[in-house]
Write a protein that binds this ligand. Sequence first.
Ligand SMILES: NC(=O)c1ccc[n+]([C@@H]2O[C@H](COP(=O)([O-])OP(=O)(O)OC[C@H]3O[C@@H](n4cnc5c(N)ncnc54)[C@H](OP(=O)(O)O)[C@@H]3O)[C@@H](O)[C@H]2O)c1
Length: 302
Amino acid sequence: MSELRTVLVAGGTGFIGSHLCKFLQKNGYGIQVISRMPGPLNISWNDLSAKGLPDKIHAVINVAGQNVLDIKQRWTPGFKQNVYNSRINTNKILSNAIMNATKKPKVFITISGVGIYEPDSKKEYNEYSEVKGYDFLSKMCLDWEKAAFLEENPCRHVNIRSGVVLDRDGGMVQQLYLPFFFGLGGPVLPGSQYLPWIHMRDLCRMFLFCIENEKLNGILNGVAPQIISNSDFSEAFAKAMKRPTLIPVPEFMLNILLGRDRANMLTKGQRVYPKRAMDMGFSYKYPNIEDACREIVQKPSE
Ligand SMILES: NC(=O)c1ccc[n+]([C@@H]2O[C@H](COP(=O)([O-])OP(=O)(O)OC[C@H]3O[C@@H](n4cnc5c(N)ncnc54)[C@H](OP(=O)(O)O)[C@@H]3O)[C@@H](O)[C@H]2O)c1
């Protein structure tokens, strides 16, 4: 009988990480999680730094990071530092552990965000587009990706630049669910800004694709191929919930609530296409926002 392949998932307790762990387990992989919290499958960051990678790790994934859009947290220099360190330091610790491991994993997969691309109403970005830091969050994305650098290519490295991840029990949908449920939902103004998105199932499938496709290296845009605006999303979500889209969210309110840097993540958007992902043969289960929203709204909450 073949041995169970183990994937080490940093941030495996979070919204993306917990879905990913379940998905990989269903697909025949064993899981170990790196977390700041103790748990039966968990190892700590300190253990990882002191003892190195556990034995026989097939793939290493990092989806850790302090939640940027946590509205309980003010956008202070201290919080910005936490947001930055929780991404850059974790990628650095993992890449060092991989470089020092006697038996290397086959692949290291990291996540970053489409915020690396500068919002522009005309330009379409793909994985080959030039990127340069234009604000705090885009510079952080650049540093985040660089921190995963592996000297002398001990194994493959793939970085997924994810759009907004859609599922019922976390992220943007969880924040919007009640306002839309009570018929009080609407687009974030101006509404015409792009909203790069991906259904959680497709993001998990993309991680699996990166594990199993031995030719894959470099960047993949973790977005659906359908380019939509914030208003398109609101309409699709409201339609799936059988509710109207009545009350738009004004830009100034988000600027006050979140601070301009963070509000820009919602009030501005990038036109991002997953060219390389598609060229490499990745296919989507939810390429269309209406189907994605319907599935998310109709499935029982977990
Ligand atoms: N959700 C999205 O739409 C989206 C889109 C693009 C990119 N991303 C990126 O994907 C990653 C995961 O997103 P998510 O939505 O799953 O986030 P999440 O639910 O907040 O989970 C992130 C996990 O990171 C760990 N973490 C939090 N603060 C940390 C810190 N200061 N130091 C080390 N670890 C820390 C936590 O694990 P422990 O408490 O177990 O340590 C947590 O479970 C993030 O880096 C995020 O920026 C998310």
